[in-house]
Write a protein that binds this ligand. Sequence first.
Ligand code: DX5
Ligand code: ZN
Length: 221
Amino acid sequence: MIRRLAPSVLNADLAQLADQVRLVEAAADWIHLDIMDGHFVPNLTFGPPVVAALRPYTARYLDCHLMVADPEALLPALGEAGAGGVTMHVEALADPVRALSAAADHGLDVGLALKPATPLETVLPYLDTLDLVLPMTVEPGFGGQAFDDRVLPKIAGARRAIRATGRTVAIQVDGGINAGTLPRCLEAGADVFVVGTAIFGADDPAAAAKAFRELLERGDG
Ligand code: DX5
Ligand code: ZN
């Protein structure tokens, strides 16, 4: 499994988005962008125009986490904006098969996210077409929340189910990831780590991102 670090800019200084991304770019594999619509979650952030605006300023893969009521509606614009992948919430999809194939048609890698209370079984039927599964480790909507360790068995269950398919499907964790919780998620089978406030809330985000990179590499092998 390739381990990846995906800093989330949700709690960065969004007035200086490109500069904030540059700060963490050397340590980052992906840049995690939280798209929220004020309906699926109470918070409202940004959408495809901001993804397109950021695109020329970084070479990194743009990982879009869609916390919106109608994720399918955004797929054409996100493909056009140069997003790398989209992770849609299974709770928001009337027809996951159709949504996943639409995303792939727009050249996007596809993931399914689940809220902490949503059972893993809701995503298992789609493992054959997924690139990523995201069992959220907080209630989606805001950065800076405490990690919910009741999600750890779900991560382990997802890893077992993925192994049984023989496919390569990443398991991303998002919410409350820090130097204490990251190793527990790694141990449970996660391989893509979204880190928000533990990087951008630090006095030196570049140094914090570098420390996470080292933490990931240290556990390697
Ligand atoms: C929350 C977002 C996260 C957020 C994580 O709904 O999906 O990506 O930025 O922030 P931290 O790392 O502070 O929990
Ligand atoms: Zn996120």
